[in-house]
Design a binder for this molecule. Sequence first.
Ligand SMILES: [Fe+2]
Length: 275
Amino acid sequence: MDDHDEPRTAHPSRKAVLRAALAAGVAAPALLMGVPALARTSAASPGARLALTPTCDDGDDPTPPQMEGPYFKPNSPRRTSLLEAGTPGVRLTVSGYVFGLGCQAIPGVLLDFWQADVNGAYDNTGYRFRGHQFTDAQGAFRLTTIVPGLYPGRTRHIHVKVQAPGHPVLTTQLYFPNEPRNATDSLFDPRLLMTVRDAGGAREAAFDFVLNVRQSPGPSPTATTPPPGGTWAVGTTYRAGDRVTYGGRGYVCLQAHTAQPGWEPSNAPALWRAE
Ligand SMILES: [Fe+2]
């Protein structure tokens, strides 16, 4: 059983943990003190296990955006694994949580990943190494893929768009530690470094996003506004080009998906365009 098969519980309050650590005279890891993208405890020694408990920044520093670049394509398939039969490359998992500003993990967040293949090439005709998924009820995501190859002018990276229900899209990129080109790529941002460890010839990476979503103390709020009427319906599978009505307006589906609460057409510009 690996870490990811064990139950994971979203951390209720990192501030409380930090306070307790400070009160007990325990040094809080420097990485946790000011760099949200490094919020997960670093696995310092080879073979060390990644922390099971998600941590979060203290809430005032969202994950920074990065340029989309020339290779994004809408309508990626919904899937958590980008591997296909015979896919070459070092296996990589990227897992983590999506938090709001209050350090509460957010379920139902759309994450759309795209990356280069082992040779550093993007698939601009099909959808290889492209896929979207949603965080689960605990606000967790997990991507199975390969370590992307290098291409001229850039260090190693994975592109992602992250969108909480009813909120704007965060477009950014994730980076790998100990890459020589990190020092020369002008886009590289250490706040977007993943924690990466070796795992029997594969790699296991962790990264927690912090979105610019205000949260009040207490139970995590979820967007479950009752539908104001229309043909749009939770549980329905929509394809790009499908048309629905919702709240008295018409919408065109931009990306195939299964409708779920919080992703009403009026809330989800990544999925629906108003007509
Ligand atoms: Fe890229």
